[in-house]
Each structure stands twice: as structure tokens, then as C-alpha cells.
Write a protein that binds this ligand. Structure first.
Ligand code: P6P
Length: 336
């Protein structure tokens, strides 16, 4: 019988993992958990109130913003501002970093990169969507945080996580000491520890890639897809293609069951589609902490030196043996 533990209790308990911690990161994680509950409430009733449809605005990606995108962005920024532990937020919904009022943040030492509501094109069709967040400690001392403070390699993250608003709402996060999952119990309004010490199976049978882009893929990616379509001789069980088109939903399933998620470079997206700072890096941190692998096809995602806030990266993330297998096909490309 697992012990009942809320997110708040767990965060405090794990604070002991950091001997010099004074509780700031704990408070920051709790602030994110609170905002997630507020966003969850709206996502769950999205079909019932006039919060669906376009907000009539366009975000920095040039994509039509759904009202829930805007709402989620506002809720997380508000929670981070009032919590006082965050000095600047880099959000998918804002071209430039969002400064936190000096009165709230003059002593704050954490930076949050966030995709407030990823997969929003799925909102109106009731498919799971998610929030993805990445937390860094600022390098500079005092004064307004700089872009250099934000553009740190993924390996410098102090924490990362996602919330998946699905058949149940879960928050999954890591502080570099493993991955733990919490399921929201609406009856008490608390995230409760439901998936301690999450590990991605070393082998998997699920490959997740948008095969609608097949003709745009490199030869190595095409050969890997063909490999997956053949019988898997070792287990005599064919691979299964599963693609939701919502990163958090696809990643969460593969984290639990084993699998690989691929969004490669194509000739229309030469650097892939997903964003490094608030999609690839946080997911890569979680996948590595769960025993998997995350690469852009050439290097470890967490080693990529960011140059711009919204830069994209190709990604191959998931079960260790599956990522290593696709790397064999990619490496062979260089030889071809
Ligand atoms: P495609 C959603 O818009 C998103 O950013 C991710 O959540 C998802 O994995 C990807 O794009 C889907 O992209 O090109 O397959 O529709």
C-alpha cells in the first residue's frame, strides 16, 4: 500500500536532498502546482464555457492563440510573480522574456522557461494538452536578469516538469534526483504521489513520429521507420505507431510504456519544430533522469548551447535502446 503523500509534502520532504536549500525552489515548485490546478479547472470545462476558439491574437510563433493558451500563460506568470521566487519568465506566448516586478523579485534567484499550454491545437477536439516548465538558477548577481541568465544549456536546469491535462491530470517533475509523478485528486484539490521513481523502459515498442512528413525526412529517419515496420525479431512483437500530436501526451505515454518520440529536422523545418528552451530541454531532463536518452540526432539535447529564446531543435527522445538504434541509422547517413 503506497503511502499517501501530497505534492507539497513530497517537495518539503525532498528538500533535504539539497543541504543548502532554504526552501526557495520548494516554494517555486509549489507555486507551479497551484497554477496547474487553476489551469486544470478551465481546461476541464473548456467545452462548457465560451473559452474555446481563437483569442483573436497571434503569438510569437505566428500561431493563432486559443483563449486557453492566453489564460494558462497569465495564470502561470501570475503564480510565479506572487510566489516571489522567480525573477524572469520565458514563455512560448511572449517574444521577449517577461520581467517580474522588481518589488516581487529583487531577491529571486530562479528563472522559469515555460510552454503554458502545449498542444493547444488539440484543445477544441478534447485531446490531452500539457504545460511544460524548466527551471534555472540565475548566474548574474543582483539587478535585472540578462538574456545570458536565461539562455543556459539544458544540463544547467535545476528542475523540470510537465502537467498533462488528460483523462486524469498529472504533474511529473525532476530536480535531478529521479522522476516522480503526482495525480490530481479533485475531491481534495491536491496532487498526490501516484508514480514514484518513474523509469522509462530500456526497450519499447512504440514509435511516435508524424509520418505525414515522411517525404521530408532524411534517409536515416526513413530507414528507421521502415525498421520499425518490420517484425521485431527479438520479441517477435511488431512495433506500434502511436502519435497524438500533443508532445506531453506522447511523451507521458512513452515514459510509462517505453517508446521513442521523434520530431526530426526536415527540409521545411531544418532545425526541427519543437522549441529547445521550454519543450526539448525540460523533456530531455526528465527522460534522462528516468533512464532514457534524448538527442537531437547529433548531440545530447542537454548539451546544446542556446543562442536564441525560441530556437528549435530536432529531437529523438525515449527508451535508451530505441534512441541508440535510430542513432545507428542517422550515423550511417554521414557515411552514405
Ligand atoms: P505536428 C503541438 O503544436 C506541438 O508543439 C507539440 O505538442 C507536438 O508534439 C507537435 O507540435 C506536433 O507537431 O507537426 O506533428 O502537428
Amino acid at each position: 500500500m503506497a503511502t499517501f503523500k501530497t505534492l507539497g509534502q513530497f517537495i518539503i520532504e525532498k528538500q533535504a536532498d539539497f543541504p543548502y536549500a532554504k526552501g526557495e525552489l520548494s516554494r517555486l515548485l509549489r507555486d507551479i502546482g497551484i497554477a496547474a490546478k487553476v489551469v486544470n479547472r478551465e481546461v476541464n470545462k473548456a467545452g462548457l464555457v465560451d473559452i474555446l476558439g481563437d483569442a483573436g491574437q497571434v503569438n510569437v510563433q505566428g500561431e493563432g492563440q486559443k483563449k486557453l493558451d492566453v489564460y494558462a500563460d497569465e495564470q502561470f506568470i501570475r503564480a510565479l510573480q506572487s510566489g516571489g521566487e522567480c525573477c524572469v519568465v520565458a514563455s512560448e506566448e511572449h517574444e521577449l522574456p517577461v520581467d517580474i516586478d522588481w518589488e516581487f523579485s529583487k531577491n529571486a534567484k530562479y528563472i522559469v522557461c515555460i510552454d503554458p499550454l502545449d498542444g493547444s491545437s488539440n484543445i477544441d477536439v478534447n485531446v490531452s494538452v500539457g504545460t511544460i516548465f524548466s527551471i534555472y538558477r540565475r548566474d548574474s548577481l543582483g539587478g535585472k536578469p540578462t538574456m545570458e541568465d536565461i539562455l543556459q544549456k539544458g544540463s544547467k536546469q535545476v528542475a523540470a516538469g510537465y502537467i498533462v491535462y488528460g483523462s486524469s491530470t498529472m504533474l511529473v517533475y525532476t530536480t535531478g534526483k529521479g522522476v516522480n509523478g503526482f495525480t490530481l485528486d479533485p475531491s481534495i484539490g491536491e496532487f498526490c504521489l501516484s508514480h514514484p521513481c518513474m523509469k522509462v523502459p530500456t526497450k519499447g515498442h512504440i514509435y511516435s513520429i508524424n509520418e505525414g512528413n515522411y517525404r521530408k525526412f532524411s534517409s536515416g529517419v526513413k530507414k528507421y521507420i521502415k525498421y520499425c515496420e518490420e517484425e521485431d525479431a527479438s520479441t517477435n512483437r511488431p512495433y506500434t505507431s502511436r502519435y497524438i500530436g500533443s508532445l506531453v501526451a506522447d511523451i507521458h505515454r512513452n515514459l510509462l510504456l517505453g517508446g521513442i518520440f521523434i520530431y526530426p529536422a526536415t527540409f521545411t523545418h531544418p532545425n526541427g519544430k519543437l522549441r529547445l528552451m521550454y519543450e526539448c530541454n525540460p523533456i530531455a531532463f526528465i527522460i534522462e533522469q528516468a533512464g532514457g536518452k534524448a538527442t537531437d540526432g547529433r548531440q545530447r539535447i542537454l548539451d546544446i548551447e542556446p543562442k536564441t529564446l525560441h530556437q528549435r531543435s530536432a529531437c529523438f527522445m525515449g527508451s535508451l535502446e530505441m534512441v541508440e538504434k535510430v542513432e545507428e541509422f542517422l550515423l550511417a547517413e554521414d557515411v552514405d
